[in-house]
Ligand binder design. Structure first.
Ligand SMILES: Cc1ncc(COP(=O)(O)O)c(C=O)c1O
Length: 384
């Protein structure tokens, strides 16, 4: 039995599948070539691995053209590229109170600079936005709807399909923050009408930190790159290439990260998202039922595990979540979750968790077992 039960997979997944560690280690020790900047066998192998990874991510999200999968350095990086790349002076953006600061802060920055205006629609007590509230905010200048797919605080799943359809009907762009859903729930950019889908590579896809992906659909039109520079292609020109994905991938890639991401994505495809979703839903039901048995706990979000991903927030009898996290991390078997506002300030006001410093959050992954969930819940019960 390990002395550490890691349930902070919403921050970053750990452990990764063994194949991820093996791929990174083998690349670092035996290959070491950059991507797109070498004419040798090692560089060819790297190019093949990353080409396959792009195609596999396209398959995972139901995108037909792998060149529309852009590699970035985090979920935040992907969201910044989508938002800063597409928004223009005079645009109006609709978003929600459930969003992560990686959406809210770029929007607030553009708003403060006088570039765009923003409407933030409220969410209900579970943290879910209502499509009618979004529809009511649509005006002539509205260009984009930015929506979190699943909350990183309550785990609730937003009505993304309805919002995507609404965006298409009103000829608006639709950006989906899939940080807590990619690799956890089946999704399709076609079905969801996504023009942008942004996600980290280091959560549900099991890549190392320092990896992220952005799907940039054809309706997004001409998106500006946030960086210009060497791409290893068209090197005789001093202009940034317009071809995808090079347009957005200036500078050397995080190849160790991408090689690990490639192995993580292969793991997800082999196990299948449907099976991971089933496993995580079972773990979440188990966790919720065990937590409900603990007196003095307040649990946030829907009690129906089919309406949420494997992210559960709670408060323990008025204690500061930081204190709870510290106590849980000091025991012989340490239970590791995350305490605080989880970079999503507005949702805490909606669900009533602003008082006492936010929530304590537990989050599962495909690698977590039912035994770990049961043991974590029993340790939490004794602490509370
Ligand atoms: C919903 C959501 N969006 C965006 C991000 C940002 O991702 P990253 O940490 O890779 O920058 C996170 C990470 O916690 C998240 O949960």
């Amino acid at each position: 039995m390990s002395d550490r039960i890691y349930l902070d997979n919403a921050a970053t997944s750990w452990p990764k599948p063994a194949t991820v560690y093996e791929a990174v280690d083998r690349y670092q020790r035996e290959n070491g070539a950059p991507l797109g900047r070498g004419s040798n066998r090692e560089a060819d192998e790297v190019a093949r691995t990353i080409r396959t990874c792009r195609a596999n991510i396209a398959q995972l999200i139901g995108a037909t053209d792998p060149s529309r999968i852009i590699f970035t350095y985090s979920g935040t990086d992907s969201l910044n590229l989508g938002l800063h790349g597409v928004l223009r002076p005079g645009d109006h953006v609709i978003t929600t109170s459930a969003e992560h600061n990686s959406v809210l802060r770029p929007l607030r920055n553009l708003e403060k600079s006088g570039v765009i205006s923003v409407s933030q629609v409220p969410v209900n007590g579970d943290g879910v936005a209502q499509p009618d509230d979004i529809r009511r905010e649509i005006r002539q200048q509205t260009r984009l709807i930015a929506l979190i797919h699943s909350s990183n605080v309550t785990g609730c799943i937003q009505p993304a399909e309805d919002v995507g359809r609404m965006a298409r009907d009103h000829d608006l762009l639709f950006l989906l923050d899939a940080a807590q859903s990619l690799g956890h729930t089946e999704l399709s950019v076609e079905k969801l009408n996504c023009d942008f889908l942004a996600a980290p590579g280091h959560k549900g896809l099991f890549g190392p930190t320092g990896t992220g992906v952005l799907y940039c659909g054809p309706r997004a039109g001409s998106v500006r790159p946030l960086r210009q520079g060497g791409t290893g292609s068209n090197s005789d020109s001093d202009w940034q290439p317009e071809t995808l994905p090079e347009k957005f991938e200036a500078g050397n890639h995080n190849v160790p990260g991408l090689v690990g991401l490639a192995a993580g994505v292969e793991y997800v495809l082999r196990r299948t998202v449907a099976e991971i979703q089933r496993h995580e839903q079972e773990l979440t039901s188990l966790l919720l039922s065990k937590l409900r048995e603990i007196r003095g706990l307040r649990i946030f979000g829907s009690s129906d595990s089919s309406q949420r991903v494997g992210v559960v927030s709670l408060q323990a009898g008025g204690y500061d979540p930081q204190e709870l996290a510290a106590v849980l991390d000091s025991l012989p078997v340490r239970v590791q979750g995350r305490a605080g506002y989880h970079c999503a300030p507005a949702i805490h006001r909606a669900i009533g968790s602003s008082e006492f410093g936010g929530t304590f959050r537990l989050s599962v992954s495909a690698m977590v077992t039912a035994e770990q969930v049961e043991e974590a819940a029993s340790i939490l019960a004794s602490v509370v």
